[in-house]
Design a binder for this molecule. Structure first.
Ligand code: ZN
Ligand code: ZN
Ligand code: FE
Length: 764
């Protein structure tokens, strides 16, 4: 049989994931000659041999190694040239860089086994890894992805590690972070003054301290966690006190799935998420009467839980502790600490001890948070395990290789860079309100631009002039001398959902959130739009109402409750419900005067603030300690199975649909007077909102003829509302799209900005 030579170009996540040894192994198995190498687009292969063997080899490429993601594979045939053997050639450095980089990956089964095998040379070594697992994104400084360009550079491999590294048949062939106890990073236990705590085994000693009720800052993959025994109420309460975190829930890391099943309700979909290679924090319904301290998540019907994902975590949880609080190592609003000296400085007042190591973290990266919706993930925070893997955009947007930078919003910031049909949405940066976070944002942009060699042809930003991301975008666009593209906040939300689903519209969009900069000098947040990738029309919105005190209204839900009552009844006196009786009337009078004088009270159409108002009215939460608390607690208390609902009205004013919640507020007040249970009122309120959204969609369809609806905005993290809304929309023959790949909250905004910019640039 005649020989053929096939040239194969593979793009995707194929570097640093054991792809070349896999190819090597397959080529030998099929008796083929040729070579494989990493180039800057991915992996290049040539194989030579008989046609049927080449064909068999090619079809075997469809089941690549665990962490590899093949995005594109091209095969062309050339005349054979008589290769003698098969070899792995050294990397080729070309002009075009688009090798995708793997996220940090959870410890694999093989390494886990070796970790606890007394006969293995890496027995109990906390930095064991291989091509299928270990750090990637957080240690990489530049590409191509080689050890010298990672924070592993200072560690010279010993002879044994080096042999593995150079052996194509070995699981550690070209595993850049490869290390062992003889040559690799080490852990060290420090007290909070930075002094070393003497012990034979720092990990065992840490474990002893945790069991004894200590709070330990533990350096992980993307930063420090603050850890303590989740079963000790007094210790968890102490951690809360020191962290100045009153009741925002702490995440837990549990020994194994069995432990999680004991404290939470775990269905098949949730189990899949918990054990997925991303190993995120998964928010699950909690069981009652568990050993978990109540102050882990006060007043919550859910717990955020995750499984161990580094060897160090496995070692800590192997001997006697079932669940650890593992909360971000930061003071209240700062980003997570990731360098040893910085952690000692910033967390010294919180942690008693520090378990550190000497492998540096180049990029800080938080744990990802997901919440299952009908068996599928929705993201609350997209970071470790997901980033920097791109979101794929429709190929038709790829014109002339134009790239854009989108700077995102202010809270829960992420930024987004595009190249070709890839959108690289950054890891969760945080709230851009202090120097540390702003620096992360800038360094993150710089790193991603280098890693993927991106030169933006435009810089996108929110319309809010005071967002630090907006200011940065305006300045940076000036520096680069490229156009700036301002994108309305809720339009960006809608487009982010379209981008995920490859839609270019027109679609209808229901975007519900706290606040975003509107285009008519009001604050938006309950928006009903018709959207294409290019533009939007505001077809409707929640009736506007004063937002007294701007951002303070979000922290003090009583304000919105009072404003709603005032509108419905003309005054609060005589509204005979506990909320009004408990109100500080002097304070309210001042606030009312400020509103009437138009002082610091813009009009808003925010659904988030409507949730706050209802929460306060029925006595759930008058003041909040963290963002969204009033709405979250309102959702959790809703009685299941309740079918009642309240009336809302839809009016048409100047061609715009106005959703009027006043009849609902009045009906809620009547229920309160009747002493209806708050759980019933909450359920009826959710039902009413879902009904109103569906009704708005129906009226929008009458005008536009469009029956595809995207749902976006932080309010849709409320799955009670989302589930009911999706059901009602589907019953009315709509196709409803929700977020699965990026957060519905402001963490998804940058993707929408970028997608819109690409649509614009494609047209011009
Ligand atoms: Zn491994
Ligand atoms: Zn070694
Ligand atoms: Fe928003």
């Amino acid at each position: 049989m005649d020989k053929v030579r096939a040239m194969v170009q593979i793009e995707g996540v194929v570097q640093g994931v054991g792809f070349r040894p896999f190819i090597y192994d397959r080529a030998l198995r099929h008796g083929l000659t040729g070579w494989v190498l990493n180039d800057e687009k991915g992996v290049q292969i040539e194989v030579e041999g008989e046609q049927d063997r080449v064909t068999a080899f090619l079809s075997g490429l469809s089941s690549p190694p665990l962490l590899a993601v093949v995005e594109r594979q091209r095969v062309s045939y050339l005349p054979p040239i008589g290769y003698q053997g098969f070899e792995i050639r050294s990397s080729k450095v070309g002009e075009e860089r688009l090798a995708l980089i793997s996220p940090d990956m959870t410890l694999c089964e093989d390494c886990l086994h070796e970790l606890f095998d007394p006969a293995d040379r890496r027995f109990r070594y906390p930095f064991i890894n291989c091509t299928n697992c270990g750090p990637r994104f957080t240690i990489i400084e530049d590409i191509p992805y080689d050890r010298a360009k990672t924070t592993m550079a200072p560690f010279a491999m010993c002879a044994a590690c080096s042999r593995e590294y150079h052996d194509p048949a070995n699981r550690r062939f070209h595993a850049q972070p490869n290390a062992c106890p003889a040559c690799g990073p080490q852990v060290k236990l420090l007290d909070n003054g930075g002094g070393e705590v003497p012990s034979a085994d720092s990990i065992q000693e840490t474990l002893r301290l945790l069991k004894a009720g200590g709070i330990v800052a533990i350096k992980g993959l993307g930063g420090f966690h603050l850890a303590c025994d989740a079963a000790q109420e007094e210790v968890v309460a102490r951690l809360r006190g020191r962290k100045y975190r009153e009741d925002k829930p702490f995440a837990l890391m549990c020994k194994d799935l069995e432990v999680i099943k004991g404290i939470c309700v775990v269905d098949d979909g949730s189990r899949e998420l918990l054990t997925s290679k991303e190993r995120p924090i998964v928010i699950l319904p909690r069981r009652t009467d568990t050993a978990i301290a109540l102050s882990v998540a006060p007043g919550q019907g859910t717990l955020g839980v995750m499984l161990p994902y580094t060897p160090l975590h496995h070692l800590l949880l192997a001997d006697g502790l079932a669940s650890l609080v593992m909360t971000s190592g930061n003071r209240s609003d700062e980003p997570i600490a990731y360098a040893n000296t910085e952690a000692l400085e910033r967390l010294g007042q919180i942690a008693d001890f520090f378990l550190v190591h000497n492998r540096e973290i180049h990029t800080r990266c938080d744990d990802s948070v997901v919440k299952p919706f009908r068996g599928r993930p929705t993201l609350i925070r997209r970071a470790r395990g997901f980033v920097p893997f791109p979101i794929r955009l429709p190929r038709r947007l790829q014109r002339g290789g134009t790239s854009v930078l989108a700077c995102g919003a202010e809270l829960k910031n992420t930024f987004c860079l595009t190249k070709g049909n890839y959108a690289f949405l950054s890891h969760h940066i945080g709230d851009l309100e202090n120097y540390e976070t702003m620096r992360s944002f800038e360094q993150g942009i710089d790193l991603m631009m280098r890693l993927f060699k991106i030169e933006p042809a435009a810089v996108c930003h929110d319309l809010h002039p005071d967002y630090l991301s907006t200011r940065y975008a305006l300045g940076y666009a000036g520096e680069l001398q490229v156009p700036r593209i301002g994108v309305q906040h809720h339009f960006a939300h809608a487009v982010s959902c379209m981008a995920e689903h490859g839609l270019e519209g027109p679609v209808l969009a229901v975007v519900l959130d706290g606040t975003g900069y509107g285009e008519d000098e009001t604050v938006w947040g309950g928006e009903f739009l018709e959207v294409t990738g290019m533009a939007y029309t505001r077809l409707g919105h929640l009736r506007t109402i004063p937002l007294p005190g701007g951002d303070r209204a979000a922290k003090e839900p009583w304000r919105m409750a009072a404003v709603y009552l005032d509108r419905v009844y003309g005054q609060l006196e005589g509204v005979d419900i506990p909320f009004v009786k408990g109100l500080d009337l002097a304070q309210w009078t001042l606030l009312r005067q400020a509103i009437q004088a138009n002082i610091n009270s813009l009009l808003c159409s925010s659904i988030g603030r409507l949730f706050d108002a209802v929460s306060a009215l029925i006595g759930v939460r008058l003041l909040t300690n963290y963002e969204g608390q009033a709405a979250i607690e309102l959702e959790q208390m809703a009685r299941q199975g309740e079918q009642g609902e309240y009336p809302l009205e839809i009016a048409e004013e100047e061609g715009c649909l106005i959703l009027d919640p006043d009849p609902m507020v009045a009906a809620i007040v009547e229920d309160i007077k009747r002493e209806a249970d708050p759980s019933l009122i909450s359920a009826r309120f959710h039902n009413a909102m879902a009904r109103a959204i569906a009704q708005m969609a129906i009226q929008m369809r009458e005008v536009t003829g469009v029956s595809e609806v995207v749902l976006s905005g932080g309010v849709f993290q409320n799955h009670l509302l989302m589930g009911r809304t999706v059901d009602l929309l589907e019953q009315a023959d709509f196709k409803a799209y929700i977020h699965h790949q990026v957060p519905a909250n402001d963490g998804g905004i940058a993707l929408g900005q970028a997608f819109h910019a690409l649509c614009l640039l494609k047209e011009n």
